[in-house]
Write a protein of this length. Structure first.
Length: 444
């Protein structure tokens, strides 16, 4: 694809548009790359950790209105944030008037209209500041009666705007229902809007600018200065996020995932950082045998042993159906010939544990039933592992050398992850040893 024809959807999250300073950074980012022509913005987020997100204030405004409590002070906070941005950037937009009219008409508005105004006003200011057209999401993003996205209508409307404008700014988070009312996505839904634009306009890349430089190979509170993940597949991402790494919302990425459009996570405050590219089918191979490590601490393992269990049909099913009755979801079931473990998250089972064990005793009549409640699980994830023999051997060897006792092992059938269970006290050390073994200079 020629660069000149490259199409990017460039989305900025709440902290990236939090104040005039951030707007300036965005202008720089846009000017660095002439292919950043279609911009999606969230509502202004927090400027510092104790600050308010505009969207939270709008929900609060709606609650005040609903319970007939004076909302003027909340409104003032919202208005001031926008006016401050406008004044500091010297913009001309008669936004005060529009904000005041919004407040005057508050009682005629639905919650969706109210909470969507954060992105609406932000996009209007951003459009003027960048000298781009403002395109209102209410005229473009369409929902069906079942509240799902009306892809045909949305796509057609987007194509038309794309043909009309070389550059535009688009508010995230909302669209119009089948009945013609404003409808919002779930919280954080600005990412969904960006993904919809990327899919409908067949973008080459969906840039998602935020306040971190993408994903790291390990938790920085455990590993000192972990390397960034430059490329990751959706399946790897799913494994890591399941084990606690915080990542994009599944719903936010499905439109681009389906279309195999890469998502590039970038940092508005450090635009020089490489960030992370997420793409399912990519030719680029990372140099490391693993992609990332993630883990969680509080698991419990129930060990069940019964002589000649292997000859008994339906034994494991009986155990699982007892857990099902208590709505407990199971993480892993490593099994031997006459025994198996059921690994669950501690918080899921804590309250009902003794009742469940009593059921196990009564219905399964095991010869041995024990509980280990200080288990941590650590997943080592990487698509490169699947075609590299010896990865698990190397991992187990390294843990052994460091005197870490492995209590449980599970490997997904697609071979992109190896999960080990260790005692909670060994959690930090395990993550560090795995990182050092595969990334920290010891790799082959
Ligand atoms: N402003 C909305 C929220 O705070 C949507 C978004 O930021 O993506 O949830």
């Amino acid at each position: 694809m020629e660069v000149a024809h490259m199409l990017k959807i460039t989305k900025f999250g709440g902290s990236s548009v939090a104040n005039a300073e951030q707007f300036k950074k965005i202008k720089n980012i846009i000017q660095q790359d002439p292919t950043r022509r279609y911009i999606v913005v969230s509502a202004p987020g927090k400027r510092f950790s104790a600050d308010n997100k505009i969207t939270d204030l709008l929900y609060l405004l709606d609650a005040h209105r609903k319970y007939h409590v004076d909302a003027s002070s909340v409104f003032k906070l919202i208005k001031n944030r926008f006016i401050e941005i406008k004044n500091e950037l010297g913009l001309k937009q008669p936004i005060e008037k529009e904000l005041d009219a919004f407040y005057t008409n508050l009682n005629q508005m639905s919650q969706a209209v109210i909470v969507s105004r954060g992105e609406y006003f932000c996009a209007k200011l951003m459009a003027e500041y960048l000298g781009y057209a403002f395109v209102d999401a209410k005229d473009i993003i369409r929902f069906k009666l079942d509240k799902s996205i009306d892809w045909d209508a949305t796509s057609a409307k987007l194509q038309a705007k794309y043909a009309q404008y070389d550059h535009f700014v688009f508010p995230g988070f909302y669209g119009t229902s089948a009945n013609g009312h404003i409808q919002v996505f779930p919280r954080g839904g600005g990412d969904i809007t960006g993904a919809i634009l990327a899919k409908c306009l067949h973008a080459d890349v969906y840039e998602n600018w935020t306040d971190v430089s993408g994903f790291l190979m390990a938790d920085p509170t455990i590993v000192q200065n972990p390397k960034g993940i430059t490329h990751i597949t959706y399946s790897e991402l799913r494994e890591l996020s399941y084990m606690g790494a915080s990542v994009l919302h599944e719903e936010a990425i499905f439109p681009v995932k389906e279309a195999n459009i890469p998502i590039h996570i970038l940092n508005t405050n450090r635009p020089q950082d490489a960030g992370t590219i997420i793409q399912e089918h990519s030719k680029i191979k990372s140099g490391y045998p693993i992609t990332g490590i993630a883990g969680k601490k509080d698991f419990m393992s129930i060990y069940i042993y019964k002589k000649h269990m292997s000859n008994e049909v339906g034994f494991i099913r009986k155990a699982l159906s007892i857990l099902e009755k208590y709505h407990i979801s199971i993480e892993h079931i490593p099994s031997g010939i006459d025994s198996f473990n059921i690994v669950v998250e501690k918080k899921e089972i804590e309250e009902s544990l003794y009742e469940i064990l009593a059921h196990f005793k009564e219905e399964l009549k095991p010869d041995k039933l024990t509980v280990q409640d200080d288990l941590a699980l650590i997943s080592t994830v990487g698509k490169n592992m699947s075609d590299k023999p010896g990865t698990s051997g190397k991992l187990f060897g390294a843990l052994g050398k460091n005197n870490i006792n492995i209590v449980m092992i599970a490997q997904g059938s697609d071979e992109i992850n190896i999960t080990v269970g260790v005692k909670k006290k060994d959690f930090t050390k395990t993550v560090q040893v795995i990182y050092d073994t595969f990334v920290g200079g010891n790799e082959e």
